[in-house]
Ligand binder design. Structure first.
Ligand SMILES: [Zn+2]
Length: 252
């Protein structure tokens, strides 16, 4: 069923018990508030968290049933979000029936972030859309959205090393072998820390073998570091690659 374009309501009355009001169109709906538990397994090289958090993506974003606005908390919206949500590109995105519904939710959030200038956050949401495609064996979509995530990261402000590693992994998993190899060389030219070099070495081997599959951070490190049950603190990954690597190395 196509979602109609939102018509902002003038009323800002309080939401009924158990329901929350969408910050874009003020429609009230019942939404699950997700509280992330710590994953126990190592994250993928692109920092997709390990289980049990890995399997909870259906709860990471709320979506307004009226206007289609999607966000971790739809009670919050950037000032220009209403304009973006009402515009034709967003309407066609949320109504694109050939894309899986959960993927569309992440694409919708990515689009709002991109259109409001939050390029790195948009890249993150786009990568998460690729993860939903992975889970549904839609490799065609996963490949496309990984390339878009990489482009979004590169169109924003300068990237830190963790973000650069995630671009490398997005390119590799999208089978953009030359682009991934170039990105690895560019990072190595800046003499990164040992832990980052180990991850890049694994990425380089995988690129050399034309391997687009998922691998975890634990597999980038020497065998003594491959232990289960380490905690990852940040669901969205910011800062967590180095956190992970530091913790793994400390345990050795
Ligand atoms: Zn709404």
């Amino acid at each position: 069923m196509a979602l109609p374009a939102p018509q902002p309501r003038s009323s800002t009355r309080r939401a009924a018990p158990g329901e929350i009001a969408c910050a874009v169109c003020q429609a009230e709906s019942r939404q699950v508030t997700f509280r992330a538990g710590a994953p126990e397994q190592a994250p993928d090289l692109d920092l997709r968290p390990g289980e049990p958090l890995r399997s909870t993506m259906g709860h990471w974003l709320q979506q307004c049933p009226r206007c289609g606005y999607a966000a971790p908390d739809i009670r919050q919206a950037r000032p220009s979000a209403a304009r973006v949500v009402a515009a034709a590109p967003f309407r066609s995105l949320v109504n694109e029936a050939t894309h899986p519904p959960l993927s569309r939710r992440f694409l919708a959030w990515a689009h709002v972030l991109e259109e409001t200038g939050a390029m790195h956050e948009a890249a993150e949401a786009m990568l998460q859309a690729a993860w939903t495609a992975d889970d549904l064996n839609r490799q065609d979509l996963a490949l496309l959205w990984r390339l878009e995530a990489g482009a979004l990261w590169r169109s924003g402000p300068g990237l830190d090393q963790e973000q650069q590693v995630r671009v490398v992994d997005a390119l590799r998993r999208a089978e953009a072998w030359d682009g991934a190899a170039d990105a690895i060389d560019a990072m190595l030219a800046h003499n990164p820390p040992e832990a980052v070099r180990q991850v890049l070495a694994l990425e380089g081997r995988l690129v050399g073998a034309n391997d687009p599959r998922r691998h975890t951070i634990a597999s980038a490190l020497p065998p003594p570091a491959r232990r289960p049950h380490a905690a990852q603190q940040n669901i969205m990954g910011r800062g967590s690659l180095f956190g992970w690597l530091t913790r793994w190395f400390r345990r050795r």
